[in-house]
Structures are given as C-alpha cells and as structure tokens.
Design a protein around this ligand. Structure first.
Ligand code: HEC
Length: 89
C-alpha cells in the first residue's frame, strides 16, 4: 500500500513538471492546429524569427484568431523560432 502511494505521487510529479516545462514550437503548432489554416512555407516565407515573433504577438489582439489567444511570451518565442525555420527551409 505504501509503495503504491509512492508510485502514484512520483507519477503526479512527472505529470506536473511535464506540463510546467515549455513545450517545443512544434508541439504548440500541433496543439493549436496552426497547420489547419496555414502553410508556413507560403504564408511566412522570408519572415525571420524576430519578425515572426512580432506577427504572432500582434495576433494576440485579434480576438477572432483564437489559435494564438493566451500565448505566453515564452511560447511565442518558441513558435516564432520554429515557424521561421519551417518557412525558410
Ligand atoms: C482557424 C484557422 C486558423 C488557425 C488554426 C490559425 N490561423 Fe493564423 N490566421 C488565420 C487567418 C484567416 C489569418 C489572416 C486573416 C486575419 O487577419 O485574421 C491568420 C493570420 C495569422 C498571422 C498574421 C499574418 C500576417 O501577415 O500578419 C499570424 C502570425 C498567424 N496567423 C499565426 C498563426 C499561428 C502561429 C497559429 C497556430 C498557433 C495560427 N495562426 C493558427 C487563420 C488561422
């Protein structure tokens, strides 16, 4: 019984630290389904990571663009780096 509890709490800890850690840009893109509507290579070709960061940050103001709602600055940086790399392969 005691061992069981330990196993459960250890699992809980992994789950918590897992969600607290920032995801990768690719994971955020997948979770928020950016590719449902965007083709990075044609939508953002020639856009570098810094510009991409600005474009995504500006999107936070656009209420109807739900996919970017509530992103943290850290998540935006991850997304911007990933999307700029994908768009300019
Ligand atoms: C449901 C469809 C949809 C999804 C999902 C979506 N977008 Fe968009 N996005 C659009 C549309 C449509 C526009 C342009 C029209 C507008 O102004 O709303 C746009 C515009 C943008 C722009 C501005 C482009 C510019 O040139 O100013 C950025 C940046 C962007 N999206 C990033 C993202 C990212 C990052 C994700 C995923 C986190 C995402 N979008 C998910 C539909 C979507």
């Amino acid at each position: 019984m005691k061992k069981m509890m330990l196993t459960i709490s250890a699992f809980g800890l992994v789950a918590i630290s897992g969600s607290a850690l920032a995801a990768t840009g690719a994971e955020i893109v997948e979770e928020r389904e950016c590719l449902e509507c965007h083709e990075f290579a044609s939508d953002f070709e020639g856009v570098d990571a810094a510009e991409m960061n600005e474009l995504i940050t500006a999107r936070l103001e656009v209420a109807k663009h739900k996919a970017t709602a509530g992103l943290s600055a850290e998540e935006i940086t991850l997304l911007a780096d990933y999307i700029a790399a994908e768009a300019n392969k």
